[in-house]
Design a protein around this ligand. Structure first.
Ligand code: NAD
Ligand code: MG
Length: 387
């Protein structure tokens, strides 16, 4: 069997390193072509050496010299810049892991989709901001988009064939994050260190804060709409603190299918890596007798306004989703830097949505323009709330 050629965009992050871990355990199945990172040149060079990658791309151009030095004596080319990133995404590899965080990953994802690759999509912000354009581009090029986000991967596994009229509803499960039982007053004082400490999952800082505000579930609602083509009212959110059921599909006949597994991203990543087959992973199998009970509750939209804001953005149209995402990214960065409070994140998103007209971006250039304008608006709104 020939090895599957793979590229990993965002190879040094949480999803990127989990992907490398699985690939390095199965060297007979995978051949690494290209790896990319933003700034972590040591981890990037080390991974490129270990896997025998042929291309390593560092986003921070000032680190190119160091990357070249670290790769001296190998057959791996060191590069920087958007062309090199597009080459990593749409070059030789047939399978591409999109694991850059934020809207920064949108253009490379579109390059991979446009080139007809099999795209394992972790980078949910790309889908939230340009879902319609991406699905249409995949239809034209013949690209396959495999959802890696655990909920969407679960739904993908539970859908016997394409999402059809046999499906009555998708149920996205949510852990509820570290502040599931906190009151509003307690939430005002939450620190970045508390917000990034997720009870069930180990993840990058941005998505950890999104899980704490539950904006992550809001982004996932929009993601599910684009991936599976169902309207907002047929996608519901259910809090399930144990994170054992990763999501469910309810059918018109009363059957509900669920996918279960340990809270370890290597399970959905392995599903996408081996798709349409399966592969072994070192992940602990579920011991349901030890877990004992699974519990469920309705999400609280008053304490977690992000859920309502995301639904509002989804129903209002694509430009609002771009604004929601961009202002959230800016606000999360400001919160992590200690410049705004935890509750300010959703406050800023709400103010920005109220000030934005709903239009439909016709191209990726439009999306990038709305994204840029929204970040400027986020800066203005931050100055207003600080005044
Ligand atoms: P992370 O912060 O750990 O890693 C992000 C990666 O992207 C790093 O390799 C970083 O170098 C690179 N990167 C960051 N900014 C960049 C830029 N401007 N240009 C180029 N590269 C850049 O993030 P993560 O937790 O691995 O998440 C990655 C994506 O996967 C996110 O969209 C997240 O929502 C999604 N996701 C993550 C998890 C998880 O368990 N971590 C689960 C589901 C979905
Ligand atoms: Mg998820």
């Amino acid at each position: 069997m020939s090895r599957r050629t793979v590229s990993i965009l965002g190879a040094t992050g949480s999803v990127g390193t989990s992907t490398l871990d699985l690939i390095e355990r199965s060297p007979n199945r995978f051949e690494v072509v290209a790896l990319t990172a933003a700034k972590n040149v040591a981890a990037l060079a080390d991974a490129a050496r270990r896997t025998g990658a042929r291309l390593a791309v560092i986003d921070d151009a000032s680190l190119l010299g160091e990357l070249q030095g670290r790769l001296a004596g190998t057959a791996c080319r060191a590069e920087t810049g958007s062309e090199a990133l597009a080459e990593a995404a749409a070059g030789e590899a047939e399978w591409v892991m999109a694991a850059i965080v934020g809207c920064a990953g949108l253009e490379p994802v579109m390059a991979a989709v446009g080139a007809g690759r099999t795209v394992a999509l972790a980078n949910k912000e790309a889908l939230v901001t340009a879902g319609g354009l991406m699905i249409e581009a995949a239809r034209r090029s013949g690209a396959t988009i495999l959802p890696v986000d655990s909920e969407h991967n679960a739904i993908f596994q539970c859908l016997a064939s394409n999402c059809s009229s046999d499906v009555s509803r998708l149920v996205l499960t949510a852990s509820g994050g570290p502040f599931r039982t906190h009151g509003r007053e307690e939430m005002a004082a939450i620190t970045p260190a508390q917000a990034v400490a997720h009870p069930n999952w180990s993840m990058g800082a941005k998505i950890s804060v999104d899980s704490a505000t539950m904006m992550n579930k809001g982004l996932e609602l929009i993601e599910a709409h684009h991936l599976f083509g169902l309207p907002s009212e047929r996608i519901s959110i259910l809090v399930h603190p144990q994170s054992v059921i990763h999501s469910m599909v309810e059918y018109i006949d009363g059957s509900t299918l669920a996918q279960l597994g340990s809270a370890d991203m290597r399970v959905p990543i392995a599903h996408a890596l081996a798709w349409p087959g399966r592969m072994e992973t070192p992940v602990e199998k579920l011991d349901l007798a030890r877990i004992g009970s699974l519990t469920f509750e309705e999400p609280d939209g008053d304490r977690f306004p992000a859920l309502g804001l995301a639904r509002q953005a989804l129903e209002a149209g694509e430009a609002q989703a771009v604004v929601l995402n961009a202002v959230n990214e800016s606000a999360v960065a400001a919160f992590l830097a200690g410049r705004i409070g935890f509750l300010d994140i959703c406050r800023l998103v709400e103010k920005a949505l109220a000030r934005t007209a709903s239009t439909a971006p016709a191209s990726i250039a439009d999306v990038i323009e709305i994204d840029r304008g929204s970040r400027l608006l986020a800066g203005e709104l931050m100055r207003e709330i600080a005044a």
